[in-house]
Design a protein around this ligand. Structure first.
Ligand SMILES: Cc1ncc(COP(=O)(O)O)c(C=O)c1O
Length: 347
């Protein structure tokens, strides 16, 4: 039996465009963006580049496409990208950089705080030896999703940038949730990516847009990415309807992310008090709460997912005996209360 009201904690990707956002989308001026004739796409790109402190930007279909274009723009076949073993590009982007770009992924451990140690990065570097792939690119993820939504600091990011520069590597940030990091750390997003060569950020997560991400970097890099986007079939035409949502989001949806973080704290406090559950991964840092379902719990994590669903609460199992709850614009205080109430009853 399904509950009357559904509260969806599976991801911030489930957010829907708001009424005001839809109004702006409906009124958007459009043109053919493959000809770079769409004024709204152009405006979103200019606004994004400025906000992230980069020369240029490209509207892309998804975070996955932004990260893929970055890897393809920097790397030749047989080159290597160094990144965290819990990085989204390694775990959840269907191996695209390898399948489509012939790029090898060399993973290093993510520390509990989401960082990659500089010692491990150094160890991952290849020698100038014809037997080895060529180290070409480092990718950091901010916030680091699978490490609890941890925000990586400006100081740490700059250290990785210095490492990349020293070893002539390109440096890309998967900033799918870089605005969550910025709000959490109280610094402009541009500072978090200032020393990186490029960044992808997502509009269709906590910022509530229906579609889209933006890749930012130098003029040259973005022009290479534009060609690659066309090659991958990602050249869009009257995409201004979508870009208008992005413009609205950057103006109106960034500051409110703090509300999602506060709600995650409220949810975490409640979850920590429920028998059989314990907070995991230092939760919560931003808008994600991870919990371990302990052995003494009356239900396993998959049984809990099913029972919660029957009560109108959607959550994802994020690992063995682990659940992930994500807070976002479409879950209010009532959702948190309902979720805790159901869990108390079940456990
Ligand atoms: C950290 C991170 N990077 C990239 C992506 C990919 O974004 P998309 O789903 O738009 O391809 C996600 C998606 O959840 C993500 O969490």
């Amino acid at each position: 039996m399904m509950a009357e009201k559904i509260y969806d904690f599976r991801s911030d990707t489930v957010t829907r465009p708001t009424k005001a956002m839809r109004a702006l989308m409906a009124a958007a001026e459009v043109g053919d963006d493959v000809y770079q004739d769409d004024p709204t796409v152009n405006a979103l790109q200019e606004k994004s580049a400025k906000l992230l402190g980069k020369e240029s930007a490209l509207f892309v279909t998804s975070g996955t496409m932004g990260n893929l274009l970055a890897a393809l723009a920097y790397c030749q076949r047989g080159d290597e990208v160094i990144m965290g073993e819990k990085g989204h590009t390694f775990l959840h982007e269907a191996g695209g950089v390898s399948a489509l770009g012939g790029v090898v992924i060399h993973t290093v451990p993510n520390q509990a705080d989401g960082t990659l140690s500089l010692v491990d990065l150094e160890k991952a570097l290849r020698n100038e030896d014809i037997h080895e792939p060529i180290s070409r690119l480092v990718i950091l993820e901010n916030t680091q999703n699978a490490c609890g939504g941890m925000a990586l600091s400006v100081d740490y990011t700059n250290k990785v940038a210095a490492f990349a520069r020293e070893h002539k590597l390109a440096f890309h940030i998967d900033g799918a949730r870089v605005f969550n990091a910025a709000v959490n750390l109280g610094v402009p997003a541009s500072e978090l990516v200032a020393q990186a060569d490029s960044v992808t950020f997502c509009l269709s997560k906590g910022l509530c847009c229906p579609v889209g991400s933006v890749l930012c970097g130098t003029h040259d890099f973005i022009e290479r990415a534009r060609r690659l986007r066309k090659m991958l079939g990602g050249g869009m035409r009257q995409a201004g309807i979508l870009a208008a949502a992005g413009i609205y989001a950057l103006d109106h949806m960034v500051e409110r992310l703090e509300e999602d973080h506060q709600r995650a704290s409220m949810l975490a406090k409640g979850l920590a008090g429920i028998r059989g559950l314990s907070l995991a991964k230092g939760s919560p840092y931003t808008n994600m709460v991870f919990v371990n379902v302990q052995n003494e719990s009356r239900l396993t994590s998959s049984e809990l997912v099913e029972k919660l669903l029957n009560n109108g609460i959607l959550v994802n199992e994020s690992g063995r005996n682990e659940l992930r709850f994500v807070t976002h614009h479409d879950v209010g205080d009532d959702a948190v209360e309902a979720c805790l109430k159901v869990l108390h009853t079940l456990l």
